[in-house]
Design a protein. Structure first.
Length: 544
């Protein structure tokens, strides 16, 4: 068997089966459980974006990773293997996201209404045709204005204005205190979040004026068909606008948006794009695979039907499963992630949670905390306002935990984390009068502060202290600078850093200085069998 034939048989064809199987299974489950049976009532963004981004790694780690072990390492680097896995992930998540967008429009049914008052006489559908028998009342519109930040570093600020207009059968019905449905109209504009407060206020006034003019000039009676709003952030804002309408009585929340294109064109080219995304990913996978060399030893084992055991999944989950030498850090990571997932699955968002939601879940907010809700000093350090906020904090916690926890021990490490987090929240409370503060960064800064104290008191060997001290300084400096640029709570950061440093000084006499050999032994205790074997192999070959 040639190497190219081996690549096709043992890697490429399994990749195709795994990828196609995931896209088809996910799409089928979405149609059956969400669209058809309505088993789950969760946000559209979660089903269409977040899960397709995260779930593909499960089949990749379980089924594809063992096969990529056939790829020969280049000077001990695992980049070729990870590159193939990343391409597989791109192909799977891209095709899956586009397929869900197609599924949403393709499976939606159209209901022909004689007049708007008959909408409740029919089974709820996604689309409605309404040629006559309706009047849209612009004079009693509900309006809700809001803003949201986005981007990796909160660099974008988006202003939003949502209108809801009551829809009646005819003008005579406008004297009623209820309506059959509402028409939603939305406007938004994104600006640079790094602008001064005065510039932001000026941009907002310009946007509000332009929006009002556009709304007044809009012919709301002109549309081809109506679409029922999905379970997304726009619907949440429409519902808030609905409460501002003088016609609101809480009995009806059917919100429709006008569509101008032909109904037959609603799917666009989504299906073709989904197939193209999958095919493009497959071709890229095959192209990259064709240039990689195979490991002769692993290939012989695979041909003989005796593939070596792959423990990559175990290595991956070792960061989130408590074990000797690394016990508290995974628990903290898991707790933060679980709380975030609960909030996400309850439909509260994922990119950014609304301020009111964070308050309800225990954010640190001076007017509430000082009224006796002191528990917010603690609960706020387990909340995050979005996915990127959570991800960056947990990576920072994992890195410092690997080095610091085995040296401090479980009890001192956990106590330092909690105390630093509470002090950080208290400093934020003192510094800010009207800021909703959440995040584990204050507590994480405390752990870096404790590490710096132990470096200065020579608890760590010189070789490790120098390299990790530089990393810690860069981490701390970068986050403080980002806080200045993007309005992040640097008061909490500094409170956590200083308190952690003081705790480290107080505890350093209870911690025995570590030699480099002892640090290596502690590192081995944290490692899985696969990682230990790889480290031993590199040591025999004279590699670092």
């Amino acid at each position: 068997m040639s190497h190219f034939q081996a690549k096709i048989k043992f890697i490429f064809l399994p990749f195709l089966a795994i990828s196609a199987g995931f896209v088809l299974c996910y799409t089928l489950l979405d149609w059956l459980l969400i669209i058809r049976l309505h088993v789950f009532d969760i946000k559209d963004e979660l089903v269409n974006v977040i899960l397709p981004l995260g779930l593909p790694w499960i089949p990749i780690l379980i089924w594809l990773m063992p096969r990529t072990k056939l790829i020969a390492l280049n000077k001990g680097s695992d980049k070729p293997r990870f590159g193939l896995q990343a391409i597989a992930w791109l192909a799977m998540c891209g095709a899956t996201m586009i397929a869900q967008a197609y599924l949403e429009t393709a499976t939606g049914k159209m209901t022909q209404l004689d007049n708007i008052n008959t909408i409740n006489n029919h089974e709820a559908t996604k689309y409605y045709s309404l040629q006559n028998g309706y009047y849209i009342d612009k004079d009693h519109a509900g309006i809700y204005s809001s803003s949201k930040v986005s981007g990796k570093h909160n660099e974008d600020l988006t202003y939003c204005v949502h209108y809801v207009l009551p829809i009646f059968k005819d003008t005579a019905d406008t004297i009623q205190q209820s309506c059959a449905a509402w028409l939603g109209v939305a406007y938004d504009k994104t600006i640079d979040n790094n602008l001064s407060d005065a510039s932001k206020e000026e941009r907002w006034k310009d946007f509000a004026t332009a929006t009002e003019q556009s709304f007044n000039e809009k012919d709301v009676h002109s549309f081809t068909y109506l679409q029922r709003t999905g379970n997304d952030d726009d619907r949440d804002r429409y519902l808030k606008a609905l409460k501002e309408s003088p016609k609101f009585n809480g009995s009806n929340n059917i919100i429709l948006v006008a569509e101008q294109e032909a109904f037959e064109a609603r799917n666009g080219n989504k299906l073709a794009w989904a197939l193209a995304a999958f095919a493009g990913g497959a071709l890229l996978f095959l192209l990259v695979l064709s240039f990689l060399k195979l490991d002769e030893v692993e290939l012989d084992k695979r041909i003989a039907g005796q593939p070596t055991e792959e423990k990559g999944v175990k290595d991956f989950f070792s960061y989130v499963i408590p074990h000797k030498g690394f016990f508290i850090t995974p628990i903290l990571i898991d707790l933060n992630a679980i709380i975030f997932c609960i909030m996400m699955f309850k439909g509260l968002g994922f990119e950014h949670f609304p301020v009111d939601v964070l308050k309800d879940w225990g954010a640190n907010y001076k007017p509430l905390t000082l009224q006796g809700q002191w528990w917010r000093l603690l609960t706020s350090i387990f909340l995050h306002d979005g996915l990127m906020h959570l991800a960056t904090n947990m990576v920072g916690l994992m890195i410092i935990g690997i080095v610091l926890e085995p040296v401090m021990g479980k009890t001192k490490y956990a106590a330092t984390y909690i105390v630093s987090g509470i002090v950080a929240s208290a400093v934020s409370l003192y510094w800010h009068d009207d800021v909703v503060s959440v995040g584990a960064s204050g507590a994480i800064f405390g752990m870096y502060g404790a590490f710096l104290a132990m470096v200065l008191t020579k608890r760590f060997p010189k070789e490790l202290s120098k390299s990790f001290f530089v990393f810690s300084a860069i981490f701390i400096g970068f986050n403080l600078l980002m806080g200045l640029a993007n309005g992040i709570d640097n008061a909490a950061h500094m409170g956590g850093l200083v308190s952690g440093f003081i705790i480290g000084l107080l505890l350093h006499r209870t911690i025995r200085p570590q030699t480099m050999e002892e640090m290596k032994e502690l590192e081995r205790e944290q490692m899985t069998d696969t990682a230990i074997a790889a480290a031993d192999a590199r040591e025999k070959e004279g590699q670092p």
